[in-house]
Write a protein that binds this ligand. Structure first.
Ligand code: ADP
Length: 614
């Protein structure tokens, strides 16, 4: 017999599982049944691609009552060799598991929903076990082996007896787990968590027999199938209730909440396939991690192929969970082939269209639900605007914005409805929190005219809008960029003297500004900074810097001055070089400051301000 030590990450995982998942300890059965089902999938896949027959693929459960309670889960799947037993159950092969553990904060460790989402696997058995024995024989192998451990630090592996390929797991139940050596408990858990498993799950049990007078006459051994074993997505919509979908979702996607909604589609015709998509109520925790997990599983004619292909849907739809089951793909389709495969491309294109049209339908028919959807997924949809050119028009109808005209969210279509008759463009302001954008001095003149301004608060908004250009032939213009100025050009004539002040200030500020323009729209402030039409705004530059793109050349802002403001008039009237220099510098810095940008040298700024005040 070999005695081995668990790799440290396994000990960590065991500890974590036992302490944080305790209130959900029953999930161990779901995990083991799901492993058995995967092992059957693997054998089924090989039998189909390599053309050999298999007996009925199945999962068998049994238990013993009394003093030594056990629960046994057995499958006749692909099995494990000696080395696989040690590798799969003694280390965490899954490199994702390790990274996941490292990234988990203490707060998250106590959030069992999060861990439930991830699927903890085999080790969860130790929540209910004093000891676990795994006897396995790999497909085509001569010998079987038994892995055994109390889940503390060590495990052993020894040769064992097993007729056919597959795996048998015996759980020696501890005090916490003894309730699971019970027919009704097992049936309920299987119904709740594993009903959809595509293979039959049988439960063996002894049942008392009775005579006419209800006296026990003996016991009868029974074996009964306890799941419905049909791939839910293959059943027709009319047969299924909302509850069936919700249960299926919660069990397969490891979420404790019902999905916001689901979309079940059967396509017939040139390409035949079934898709069942779910939109989680809360955005997946890894939605913004570079190594997020794909949420869509690919099946071919009900045979599971992969859950690890991020190309099944475009990145911006990475929050979608569910299944794609194709009739036409070959079973042995490899990832490289998948990506260029015509069938797969057709399914993907149609799935995106279907998802977007369903989102649209919900936005029209159920605004309340749509708001919940937008609260979670507005940002990824915006990514779609620059990733998915083909569907841009549809995405433009789906994204939502905060605005000066309404509480909550607005669509571009609704904005258009509200536009004033003399309004030329759709206006927006980027770069900051909703509260600070609302009070930007730039908005005053828009308010005066009754023009609505969209408040773009997402960090990617400026990039996204830049790629949008127009909405239904109406230009989108940033109020903090120079092109929005043109819309106001007819309002006031700029006097010759005012042009001269602008020149004077520009000269004083030198390279710190790209230009100084006399405003036709400002009131109540002396000046604001805007970006030249093709330059990023000052906030955008800060964001890029924060993202590590600090080596981008800095573009100086355009200073827009209010020639009627007394401070600007004072500069106009002054001939004192040192006053002009200090005043212009303060004029620029305070304009930057009200955009949330710190002056380059705050001490110098306050000194200059002070000298101007006394
Ligand atoms: P995961 O299922 O997430 O990979 P587990 O800890 O549950 O993690 O299992 C680790 C590995 O052990 C599996 O990936 C699989 O290769 C192997 N395994 C577990 N149970 C079985 C089984 N019943 N039959 C064959 N292999 C199994």
């Amino acid at each position: 017999m070999e005695r081995k030590q668990f790799k440290t990450e396994v000990s960590d995982l065991l500890h974590l599982i036992i302490h944080s998942l305790y209130s959900h300890k029953e999930i161990f059965l779901r995990e083991l049944v799901s492993n058995a089902s995967d092992a059957l999938d693997k054998l089924r896949y090989r039998s189909l691609t390599e053309n050999f027959p298999t007996p009925e693929l199945r999962i068998d459960l049994s238990f013993t009552e009394g003093d030594k309670r056990t629960l046994t889960i057995s499958d006749n799947g692909i099995g494990m060799t000696h080395d696989e037993l040690s590798e799969n159950l003694g280390t965490i092969a899954h490199s994702g598991t390790k990274r996941f553990l490292q990234n988990l904060t203490d707060d998250q460790k106590t959030n069992s929903n999060l861990i439930g989402q991830f699927g903890v696997g085999f080790y969860s058995a130790f929540m209910v076990a004093d000891k676990v024995e795994v006897t396995s024989k790999g497909w085509g192998e001569e010998k079987a082996y038994r892995w055994s451990s109390d889940g503390k630090e060590k495990y052993t592996i020894e040769e064992a007896e097993r007729e056919e390929n597959g795996t048998t797991i015996v759980i020696y139940l501890n005090d916490e787990g003894k309730e699971y050596a019970n027919r009704w408990q097992i049936e309920n858990l299987i119904k709740q968590y594993s009903d959809h498993i595509a293979y039959p799950i049988y439960l063996a049990y002894d049942q008392n027999t009775y005579d006419d007078k209800y006296n026990v006459t003996g016991t009868e051994h029974k074996v009964e199938q306890i799941n419905s074993a049909s791939a839910l997505w293959r059943r027709s919509k009319s047969e299924l209730k909302e509850e069936d979908y919700n249960d299926f979702y919660k069990n397969t996607c490891y979420d404790s909440e019902n999905p916001l909604f689901y979309i079940h589609t059967k396509a017939e015709g040139a390409t035949e396939y079934t898709t069942l998509f779910f939109i989680p109520a809360k955005a997946p925790f890894d939605m913004y991690h570079a190594d997020y997990k794909s949420g869509v599983k690919l099946y071919v004619r009900r045979v599971y192929i992969t859950d690890d292909d991020k190309e099944l849907l475009p990145t911006y739809l990475r929050f979608v969970r569910g299944i794609i089951d194709s009739e036409d793909l070959p079973l042995n389709v490899s990832r490289e082939i998948l990506q260029q495969n015509k069938v797969m491309t057709a399914i993907r294109t149609a799935s995106v269209k279907k998802l977007l049209s369903e989102f649209k339908k919900i936005s029209e028919q159920n605004p309340e639900l749509y708001t919940k959807f937008i609260e979670q997924y507005n940002r990824p949809l915006k990514e779609g605007l620059y990733q998915d050119y083909a569907n841009r028009d549809d995405l433009l109808e789906l994204v939502r914005f905060k605005s000066t005209a309404v509480d909550g969210y607005t669509s571009l279509a609704q904005y258009k409805e509200r536009m004033k008759s003399d309004q030329k463009s759709i206006y927006y302001i980027t770069g900051g929190k909703e509260e600070s954008l609302k009070y930007s001095p730039l908005l005053a003149s828009y308010k005066e005219k009754g023009y609505e301004v969209l408040l773009m608060t997402d960090d990617i908004d400026e990039l996204v809008i830049g790629s949008m250009g127009k909405y239904k032939d109406i230009e989108l213009k940033a109020v903090n960029k120079t092109d929005a100025l043109d819309d106001f050009a007819g309002d006031k004539k700029v006097a010759k003297e005012d042009e001269k002040v602008a020149e004077k200030i520009k000269k004083a500020l030198g390279e710190r500004v790209k230009d100084v323009k006399v405003s036709t729209r400002l009131s109540g402030v002396s000046a604001v900074v805007v970006a030249d039409s093709n330059d990023p705004t000052v906030q955008m530059q800060q964001l890029l810097k924060a993202m590590g793109q600090g080596d981008m050349p800095e573009s100086a802002p355009v200073l827009e001055i209010n020639a009627e403001d007394p401070f600007v008039k004072k500069i106009a009237d002054s001939e004192d070089e040192s006053f002009i220099s200090d005043a212009c510098s303060v004029l620029l810095d305070q304009a930057l400051l009200s955009e949330g940008v710190m002056p380059k040298n705050p001490a110098e700024f306050t000194a200059k301000l002070h000298s101007l005040l006394i």
